[in-house]
Ligand binder design. Structure first.
Ligand code: NAD
Length: 331
């Protein structure tokens, strides 16, 4: 029988959720997400169309996000979705797994738990936007949202500027103490304020809710603010006033998602802005766009969440696990 010598591959590495947490920190996630956003803007990396379906069982939404990063040689998909009954079984409602393939041979290279990685890659996204777009002298961090993801966004954002305090509002105020505890842990004073006061006081604002109507109005935002809108990842969701996008200079991870499922969907469909008004943040990362032009400019990042982010952090986890001596399995 002919020997299959198409690849020197040692086998498949399996990286558990616990190992992902041990192996991929905020710095690694930031670097991986920043690099892949840059590759996307150079057309070296692209996301394939997203599949998301109600499967008619367990009320679940299931799908795939996939893509190829030719610069980083990362090919694969994240498969998973949302199972609303999981909480009662002691499981997280969001469940996902990343599959990585060898782009030279198509062989499966790695199976990587995707739950923690989704949280850390999403936090890295707003964090990359703050690093590239927020004023250097930003001192007050505003949070709209206080769920699972908000805690990750807060920790990652706090590392990007010399913030002196956090102001936060959430539609469900009972969720705020958990976020306050995170702020306290990282040494930042925390004030629960009105949404209007988040706008009046914050230099950087992250929105990370499941809202379907605007929570933050355009005229509440002071000049010079940077806003990272992270919650809107589906048609119909909305966190900020569409007029805010017309007032701001708008950046995104991926234009196609921004105008269809991201925060910009509303401003675009209302005719307040067009595709041409939205810049991929990768262009700023690559030095092809200046980013912020003045101290008074409002910058807004529409972080819709792309499959390539998942693949980028999963690749970091798989490489780290392999060099850590993780056992390899064969199909
Ligand atoms: P979560 O369920 O833990 O928290 C939900 C948050 O939204 C809370 O702040 C809650 O008070 C608020 N909320 C719930 N229902 C609301 C409503 N009807 N109107 C306004 N606010 C409401 O969820 P999470 O894991 O923190 O995720 C928050 C959002 O971020 C979700 O919309 C999720 O789809 C999105 N998300 C985006 C990305 C991305 O890459 N952009 C990645 C992960 C999650």
């Amino acid at each position: 029988m002919a020997k299959d010598n198409s690849s020197p591959q040692a086998g498949i590495v399996v990286v558990s959720e616990a190992d992902c947490q041990r192996l991929v920190g905020r710095k690694e996630a930031f670097d991986a997400v920043e690099a892949v956003f840059g590759a996307m803007a150079r057309n070296d990396a692209y996301n394939f169309p997203v599949i998301r379906e109600a499967i008619g069982h367990a009320d679940a939404l299931y799908g795939f996000k996939s893509g190829f990063d030719r610069a980083g040689l990362v090919l694969g998909l994240k498969s998973g979705g949302y199972w609303p009954g999981n909480m009662d079984k002691g499981l997280t409602n969001h469940q996902s797994t990343v599959f990585l393939f060898d782009p030279d041979t198509g062989q499966l290279k790695a199976l990587v738990g995707g739950n923690y990685l989704t949280a850390i890659r999403t936090a890295a996204s707003s964090s990359v936007s703050i690093a590239h777009l927020a004023r250097k002298d930003a001192r007050v961090l505003g949070m709209i949202g206080a769920g699972h993801q908000a805690q990750f966004q807060l920790r990652a954002a706090a590392e990007q500027r010399n913030f002196e305090r956090v102001v936060a509002w959430n539609p469900h105020p009972d969720m705020l103490p958990k976020l306050a505890a995170v702020a306290e842990e990282i040494g930042l004073p925390f004030d629960a304020v009105s949404a209007e006061d988040v706008g009046a006081q914050a230099d950087v604002i992250i929105t990370i809710t499941s809202a379907f109507e605007p929570l933050l109005m355009a005229d509440w935002i002071k000049p010079g603010t940077h806003i990272a809108c992270m919650g809107t990842d589906t048609k119909g969701k909305q966190e900020v006033d569409a007029a805010l996008l017309a007032r701001a200079t708008v950046f995104t991870d991926e234009l196609a998602q921004s105008v269809s499922i991201g925060e910009a969907q509303h401003a675009v469909s209302a005719g307040l802005i067009s595709d041409a008004d939205i810049t991929p943040i990768g262009a700023v990362i690559n030095g092809d766009h200046a980013g912020r032009n003045s101290e008074d400019e409002i910058t807004l990042f529409d972080g819709t969440g792309v499959g390539l982010q998942d693949l980028a952090v999963a690749d970091v986890a798989a490489r780290a696990a392999a060099s850590d001596g993780a056992p390899m399995v064969s199909l």
